[in-house]
Design a protein around this ligand. Structure first.
Ligand SMILES: Cc1cc2nc3c(=O)[nH]c(=O)nc-3n(C[C@H](O)[C@H](O)[C@H](O)COP(=O)(O)OP(=O)(O)OC[C@H]3O[C@@H](n4cnc5c(N)ncnc54)[C@H](O)[C@@H]3O)c2cc1C
Length: 419
């Protein structure tokens, strides 16, 4: 078949390679001037084992099922750490206790057999209930990731068309007609929407309420730092579970030492939550250095220093980056990729980057007519993620319960600007 994959991030590039491997002719269409210029390329850093999702069993199960496969599939893109510390914080930025108990957090960390408990004070950490070191790697980003996929896509004979935005996709007589900006029309047999759920969005919330999918678009920032004492391998320090900070490496070159890091925070770097990508893009476009550096940065650094006072003496701020990310609104903060077909188009909802393996499998299963569930005009794989994680996908935060999907941090920071 001639298949168009729209969007050249992690989901689109992986799916394109899988389809080409099955002998399909693949056209990969990207609106940006290059591949990996959207969320992927900037974020998608940790190859999560589980403790980042202590309340979402489904996300941990998909991460566990895909991590090893991902490392075997893309070994050139996986970088091991000197250490990857997951810490259990006492109180978060607004004085709330962690959302999981000490026992649950310990259990979740020990789901990885090599996990070892460490003594927080011996490592220079404070305000923690406990901390664990895991063998959890990171993935590469930026130019290094782009170069790798350019070569793989070319070797697979995939036609990559950048600077082309798909405006519409319509089916007629078993074929799809794609309208590109500039007026060009492309005719293909099948379409995969891997736009990070930012374009050609199906109206499922109203049309297929049974699926329980409720989407929120968030403006997410990463504060960037340089490590003044880099080792040969990168490190990470992540406090859980609630409005806590997270430090991750940003490995975008083949340099021997990892100097670049990204700091995020459970609430301060998620600036707003919206019903449409356009609303979130508008907020992102309105942000400037002055706001980020006077409002977001001090709070995030202060919070990191509450747990690791050695952070600021060692890491120097170099700038920030921001993107819009689609997330599902769930009580457990479920974050796996979800794949379904509506009106003949297969949509890949973004999740963790290791999940591209499972998303690729589900795209192939839908194309090849494996056993599927058909409901409310949607088709999805039987025993796939949308089917097995139904309970979590349907769950919603309780009234008054803190959940990332409700964050309006920008408004909160603006309203307290002069306080
Ligand atoms: C702050 C932050 C931290 C994260 N940390 C992690 C982490 O540690 N580990 C992890 O696994 N994941 C992480 N993620 C999530 C992960 O980065 C994303 O889920 C993943 O990169 C999404 O990949 P994607 O290919 O589905 O979407 P994208 O990367 O968004 O790709 C979609 C592509 O489609 C293109 N496009 C959109 N519309 C059109 C159109 N109409 N025509 C043509 N092209 C179009 C876009 O330009 C883009 O290139 C993080 C995300 C954020 C924001």
């Amino acid at each position: 078949m001639q298949i168009a994959v729209i969007g050249a991030g992690w989901s689109g590039c992986h799916v394109a390679l899988e389809l080409a491997g099955r002998g399909h002719r693949v056209l990969l269409i990207e609106r940006e001037p290059d591949i990996f210029n959207g969320v992927s390329g900037s974020f998608g850093i940790r190859l999560h084992k589980g403790p980042y999702y202590p309340r979402s069993r489904s996300t941990r199960e998909v991460c566990a099922a895909t991590l090893e496969r991902f490392c075997a599939h893309y070994p050139e893109l996986v970088v091991g750490h000197e250490y990857a510390v997951y810490a259990h914080g006492t109180l978060d930025a607004i004085g709330h206790p962690s959302k999981v108990s000490n026992e649950v957090f310990a259990e979740v960390c020990h789901e990885s057999p090599e996990c070892r408990q460490i003594d927080p004070s011996a490592w220079g950490y404070t305000n923690l209930e406990a901390a664990y070191d895991l063998d959890e790697p990171s993935a590469v980003l930026g130019g290094r990731l782009r170069d790798y996929f350019r070569a793989r896509l070319a070797a697979a004979g995939i036609e990559v068309r950048c600077n082309s935005q798909v405006l519409e996709a319509a089916e007629s007589a078993g074929q799809f007609r794609l309208l590109l900006d500039g007026g060009e029309v492309v005719q293909v047999d099948r379409v995969i929407n891997a736009t990070g759920y930012q374009s050609l969005i199906p109206q499922i919330e109203a049309a297929a309420p049974e699926t329980g999918l409720e989407v929120v678009y968030q403006v997410c920032l990463g504060l960037q730092y340089e490590d003044s004492r880099p080792g040969l391998k990168p490190i990470s320090f992540i406090v859980m579970d609630g409005w806590f900070p997270c430090l991750m490496p940003q490995i975008d070159s083949h340099a021997q030492q990892s100097c670049n890091y990204v700091l995020t925070h459970g609430c301060y770097t998620i600036l707003g939550s919206y019903a449409t990508p356009a609303q979130a893009e508008a907020l992102l476009a309105s942000l400037d250095d002055a706001f980020v550096e006077s409002r977001v940065r001090p709070l995030s650094e202060q919070q990191m220093c509450r747990f690791w006072s050695g952070f600021l003496p060692r890491f120097r701020y170099t700038g920030w980056k921001g993107v819009v990310l689609a997330k599902l609104k769930t009580r457990s903060e479920f974050r796996s990729s979800v794949v379904f077909e509506q009106a003949g188009i297969i949509h890949v909802f973004p999740g963790k980057i290791t999940n591209v393996l499972q998303a690729g499998d589900e795209v192939l299963a839908l194309l090849e007519g494996e056993v599927c569930v058909e409901r409310d005009g949607l088709r999805y794989v039987k025993d796939g993620v949308l089917d097995t994680a139904r309970h979590e996908i349907h769950s919603r935060p309780l009234v008054g319960e803190a959940n990332t999907a409700g964050l309006q941090t920008h408004e909160m920071l603006r309203s307290t600007e002069h306080v």
